[in-house]
Design a protein around this ligand. Structure first.
Ligand code: GLN
Length: 229
């Protein structure tokens, strides 16, 4: 549990406590979050890194070939790509997000964690983006079905950006676009929703691609590795 008095005192502490009581996530109040082995600057307008997403980093670190280059689509704060670069000094990354604010934040986070020389990021829409040749395409895209957004926990719904959560009618819009528009020598690595394993397998079957799913520490489907058959 993070104690606000470690970050604020006096009037500022009172204000911070009031924001917390109103339901605002602590990461936005203190402007930072800890993810994998790193500390990240976090601002309203980007998703707060989730512990479940650390499984994506573990997988990326594990399967990226030596000296590998990966592309992180929908990078947000940059946490997936940057933590992987911190773990793998031989790797390089190209990241993108549709939010200008996220791209700028991810570049600051790359610098803060000492990997800026191996981290490139641009603001772009997945529907038109062209990427450099890459070994692996990694993404934690918005994947919550549109109708579910209203029922999310208040701290998520009222404070975190809907743009980073809404995956369209069935939550799978971004996976379709990514699988259909991009290519990577070693395939794709996605974070998926806890109940999307079957649906992702079906998307892969339709495209004659293989799909291996790993669970998070809560025992739910969470990470998909997808390759051309
Ligand atoms: N795991 C996030 C949540 O439950 C969703 C992340 C996403 O849509 N990529 O709020």
């Amino acid at each position: 549990m993070i104690e606000l008095s470690e970050f604020f005192s006096g009037k500022a502490l009172e204000k911070a406590r009031a924001r917390q009581s109103a339901g605002e996530p602590t990461a936005y109040i203190i402007g930072r979050a800890w993810f994998y082995r790193e500390e990240y600057e976090i601002t309203r307008g980007v998703l707060i890194p989730r512990p479940d997403t650390e499984r994506v980093v573990e997988k990326l670190v594990d399967i990226l070939p030596k000296g590998g280059h990966f592309t992180d689509l929908c990078c947000g704060s940059g946490c997936i790509g940057i933590s992987a670069l911190c773990e793998r000094a031989d790797a390089r990354a190209f990241a993108c997000d549709i939010s200008e604010q996220a791209v700028a934040l991810s570049l600051r986070n790359a610098k803060k964690n000492g990997v800026a020389d191996r981290y490139q990021a641009v603001c772009a829409d997945l529907h038109t983006l062209q990427i450099p040749p890459t070994d692996l395409v990694v993404a934690n895209p918005p994947y919550i079905p549109h109708a579910v957004i209203a029922a999310l926990d208040r701290s998520v719904r009222d404070y975190e950006p809907t743009l980073a959560l809404d995956g369209g009618d069935d939550g799978l819009d971004f996976y379709r676009v990514i699988l259909d528009r991009f290519q990577a020598r070693e395939g794709f690595l996605f974070e998926i929703g806890y109940d999307q394993g079957q649906a992702i397998r079906a998307l892969c079957d339709e495209r004659s691609m293989s799909c291996e799913i790993t669970k998070d520490y809560g025992g739910n489907d969470r990470v998909a590795v997808i390759r051309k058959r």
